[in-house]
Design a protein around this ligand. Structure first.
Ligand code: SF4
Ligand code: SF4
Length: 300
């Protein structure tokens, strides 16, 4: 991370903690909900299948920037499917950088060639070893690993959503992150149970076991892009929700924290580690602050 970016984000953090402000700093633009996969745990693919136009996305990015957002994510559906004429996702990332966003990340299912050197991180979903990943995401593991091997840059962070199908594959994904070329780290979330995927939800005991495995792997040198200091809150569900410093924009509509905020009761079962990490940080948790400093400087 550049010194200027670091200082800007640190100043925002201090101001938010001192003033208890809720100006957003993290923003997500949904470029399309169209997706080539139908993962078992997913409730948000192919609802409209609309590719939002370039001009509209540009306007949404400017809107987020004016609101104060400096860490931007592009999300889908599948982001690499996005096109408008000759423009591709790579153009959007380059535009975001030119606009002044300090960190620009992309979320993808990894089934398309990975040529996105302008992105700070490519968050690529890998949901287990071959068998368990394919059980969740269809027969895509080998294609994804091939795309990672052939990626043009080493800015990939694996992204695993842990659920009842793959809860015993956390160690395998840590090991994959450690040994695979072009992969910088792995970031975990727990399944957030939408009404149609409740059966995949983890129990508190499952969550405690998974966090214990992740902690062990971190101590053994696995590159994990999560904050261990937040684990007890994630296991016990004792972090504040939603994250008021995070916003999502989809087709012109802004939601605080995530699209999931519109599902009644879902925030009480939130499995997104970033929500715990950011809300604890902005509440002034000193251990989380120190942990975030270390982790972000190491992986971005
Ligand atoms: S790749 Fe992502 S958007 Fe597509 S079905 Fe899977 S989880 Fe949903
Ligand atoms: S479930 Fe609630 S707290 Fe969790 S990401 Fe969605 S909106 Fe945020």
């Amino acid at each position: 991370m550049k010194v200027f970016s670091f200082l800007t984000l640190a100043a925002f953090g201090v101001k938010t903690i001192v003033t208890r402000g809720d100006t957003p700093i993290v923003g997500t633009v949904i470029v399309t909900d169209r997706c080539n996969l139908h993962c078992k745990h997913c409730s948000v693919n192919n609802i409209t299948s609309v590719m939002h136009p370039y001009r509209q996305i540009l306007h949404e990015m400017r809107r987020l920037y004016k609101m104060g957002v400096r860490i931007l994510f592009f999300c889908g559906g599948e982001t690499f499917l996005w096109r408008d004429g000759r423009r591709t996702l790579r153009d959007l990332v380059a535009d975001a950088k030119r606009m002044g966003f300090l960190i620009v990340n992309v979320v993808t299912n990894g089934t398309f060639p990975l040529n996105l050197p302008e992105a700070d991180l490519i968050l690529l979903s890998l949901d287990g070893d071959r068998a368990r990943h394919n059980a969740v995401r269809g027969d895509t593991y080998d294609l994804i690993m091939k795309n990672i091997a052939e990626a043009t840059t080493d800015n990939i962070c694996l992204y695993m959503a842990v659920n009842q199908i793959n809860k015993h594959a956390v160690r395998a994904v840590c090991e994959t992150a450690k040994r695979t070329k072009n992969v910088r780290a792995v970031s975990f979330n727990f399944h957030t149970p939408y009404p149609d995927t409740r059966e995949l939800a983890l129990t508190k005991r499952d969550k405690a076991r998974v966090c214990a495995v992740i902690s062990r792997m971190m101590r053994a040198g696995a590159p994990v892009f999560n904050l261990r200091s937040a684990f007890p809150h994630i296991v016990n569900g004792t972090f504040p929700t939603p994250c008021r410093q995070c916003v999502v924009i989809e087709d012109g509509k802004v939601s605080v924290c995530g699209r999931c905020i519109h599902v009644p009761g879902l925030c009480d079962e939130c499995g997104y580690f970033f929500v715990a990490e950011y809300t604890l940080l902005f509440r002034g948790d000193v251990r989380v602050m120190a942990d975030m400093l270390r982790t972000y400087l190491k992986y971005i």
